[in-house]
Design a protein around this ligand. Structure first.
Ligand SMILES: O=C(O)CCC(=O)C(=O)O
Ligand SMILES: [Fe+2]
Length: 198
C-alpha cells in the first residue's frame, strides 16, 4: 500500500521506501523549548563554500553535536551532546529503529537563508544513507527533484516538531533544497541526525 504524504489536492504520493513524514513527531511544548534552547546555546558557525569557483558565505548558520567528519572524511573530535538533544536522538532512534552518531543543525534566520540543491553524501561504504530530519520553528518548503529529470520535482512543507526520514536510494537519485522565500519569514532550525561512525 502506498503511504500518503501530501494533501489531497497535491498529486504526489511519495514512495514510502524513500521518505516518511510525521508532521507532529514531538509534542509542541518540547519543540518550542528545543527551538529556543538551540537558537541561544548551539555553537552556530557560518561557513564559506566554493560555488562556480567563487567563495561565498553559506546563507545559513550551522552547528554539530556528537561525532562528525571533516570534508576530507577524517573523523573529528566529538562535540558533547546537550541532554535535550540526547533525548531527541533517543526519540528518533526508537521511532526509526536506527542508530545515529551525530547531528548537523541548520539555522535559517529568515526568508533569505537557504540551502542549495544537493544530495547528502555522508554514506557509510556499502550502506544506504538514512537521515532523520527534525524541523523546528518557521514552516519552510522542502523541495526535491530527480537528478536525471528536473521536471520530476516536488515540495513538502516541514512543520514545527515534524520528522522527515530520508532513506533508500533517495540521496542517490534525488536532490533536495530549502529555497529562499519571497515573503518574510521567522527563524527555522533543522536537525539532521546522521550515521557517522562505522
Ligand atoms: O533544512 C532542511 O530541512 C534540510 C537540510 C539539509 O538538507 C542538510 O543539512 O543536508
Ligand atoms: Fe541535505
Amino acid at each position: 500500500m502506498q503511504q500518503k504524504l501530501f494533501d489531497d489536492d497535491e498529486q504526489l504520493l511519495l514512495p514510502p521506501d524513500l521518505m516518511e513524514y510525521l508532521p507532529a513527531f514531538i509534542p509542541q511544548q518540547q519543540a518550542d523549548n528545543l527551538f529556543r534552547l538551540l537558537r541561544e546555546a548551539a555553537p552556530w558557525e557560518q561557513h564559506n563554500q566554493v560555488l562556480y569557483e567563487k567563495t561565498v558565505i553559506t546563507p545559513r548558520l550551522s552547528a554539530w553535536y556528537g561525532e562528525r567528519r571533516s570534508k576530507e572524511g577524517l573523523s573529528q573530535p566529538p562535540i558533547p551532546w546537550l541532554p535535550e538533544l540526547l533525548q531527541l536522538k533517543e526519540q528518533v532512534e526508537s521511532h526509526t529503529g536506527l542508530n545515529f552518531q551525530g547531528v548537523l543543525l541548520n539555522y535559517y534566520r529568515n526568508e533569505k537563508d537557504s540551502v542549495a540543491w544537493h544530495a547528502d553524501k555522508d554514506t557509510l561504504p556499502g550502506r544506504k544513507t538514512e537521515i532523520a530530519s527534525v524541523s523546528l520553528g518557521q514552516v519552510r518548503a522542502f523541495d526535491f527533484r530527480k537528478k536525471t529529470d528536473h521536471r520530476q520535482r516536488y515540495a513538502l512543507d516541514l512543520a514545527h516538531g515534524s520528522l522527515l526520514l530520508m532513506k533508500g536510494d533517495l540521496q542517490l537519485y534525488w536532490e533536495h533544497r530549502i529555497a529562499k522565500a519571497t515573503v518574510p519569514m521567522t527563524g527555522r532550525i533543522n536537525l539532521t541526525f546522521r550515521k557517522v561512525a562505522g
